[in-house]
Design a protein around this ligand. Sequence first.
Ligand code: MD6
Ligand code: FE
Length: 216
Amino acid sequence: MSTRGLFDDMGLDGVHELGPRACVLRGFARPVAGDLLKAINEVARISAFRHLVTPGGYTMSVAMTNCGALGWTSDRRGYRYSAIDPYTGSPWPAMPDSFKRLAHDAAAAAGFEAFEPDACLINRYAPGAKLSLHQDKDERDLGAPIVSVSLGMPAVFLFGGLRRDDPTAKVPLFHGDVAVWGAEDRLRYHGVMPLKDDPHPDLGSYRINLTFRKAG
Ligand code: MD6
Ligand code: FE
C-alpha cells in the first residue's frame, strides 16, 4: 500500500523511502511536538539524562534516559534492557499516552499494524555528539518495527545495510520527522554523524530522538 497520497491529503511533507520496509515520515510528529517536549521534561525529572559507559569502557557522547516498562542501558558488563533504572533503583517513568499514540500511528502509516512498544529510549545530542554505526538487536521481538522520532536540531542519519561495511546513505532528519523500519530492514546498520550546532527555536542547541521498540 502506498502512503504517499495519505500524507499529501494531510498536508504533511511526504514519505522518504529508505528501503522496502523502512521510511521517513517527514513532519509526522510536528503537530504533537509541544506535548512530546513537555512529557520528555517530566520523564527527565524522574530519570535524568546520563552518559552511559559502553562495555568497551567508552563514555557515550549522547545522553540517554528511558520511559516505559523496559529501558535500554549499558555498563561495563554489557548492553541490556532493564525494568529498573540503575541510577534511581526504581522503575522507569511510565510511557506517556502521547508517546504511545504517536508510535502506534506512525507505525501504522508505514504499514506496521498494531505496534505497541514497551520501551522508549530517549537520546539527547549536544553539538559534537554522535552515534557510531550499530544494529538494534538487543530486543527479544525482532518482528516488531522500530519507530524513531527526531526533535530539535537537524542531524545526518547514516543508513547502511545488513553488514557493517555496506555503503551508507546520508539522510537528513529534521524536527518532527519520524523514521520507521522493520521486517527485512530491521537489522540494518545505522548511526548519527557528529551533530552540528544549528540552534532550534524550541530546543536550542539540542537534538532529542525517541526510539520506540518492543523489547520484551
Ligand atoms: C538517533 N537512532 O536517531 C538514533 N535505531 O538519534 C537510532 O539509533 C535508531 O533512529 C533504530 C531505529 C531508528 C533509530
Ligand atoms: Fe539504533
